[in-house]
Design a protein around this ligand. Sequence first.
Ligand SMILES: [Zn+2]
Length: 141
Amino acid sequence: MWNEGEQNISTQTLFWTVYNILQNLPLLVDQKMGSTPLLEETAAISVSLSRADGTIKGVPHYFVIEKHAHRAGRRLSRLVQAQQTKQVVTSQPRQHYCPHCGSICDLEISQQKMTSIDGEMTLPNLVSHCRKCHCGFFPSA
Ligand SMILES: [Zn+2]
C-alpha cells in the first residue's frame, strides 16, 4: 500500500528530473495543449512504476487509479513548490537590516517544515539572529 509519509526514491527522482527538464527546456512546453510530451512521458513512467512496485495490480477499481494519480500530482506539486522556493531564497541578498535595531545582519538558509494544500514538506527559508539586539527574524515575513 502507498503511504503518504513514505518516500519512493524512484518516483521522487523521476519528478525532479522531469521538473528540471521542464525548467531548462521551456520551448517544449505547449501552453495551448495543456500537456507536453514530457508530461505525457512522466505519466507513462508513473504508471510503469506503480505497476513495477505493486502499488497498482491487475485490474484495479478506478478509485485506486485516481487516488494514485492524485498522490503523484500532489508530490509533483510539493517538488515544484520546493524548487520555486529554493530559487527565490538562493537569489536573495545574504544580509538584511534588523527590523528591531537597524543593524546589518547576515542571513542563513534554514529548513522549515510546512503544510501546503498538497501536504507536508520542508522548504528553505532565510533567517537571521541579530548580534546587537539578539532578536531573531525572517526577512521575508
Ligand atoms: Zn537588531
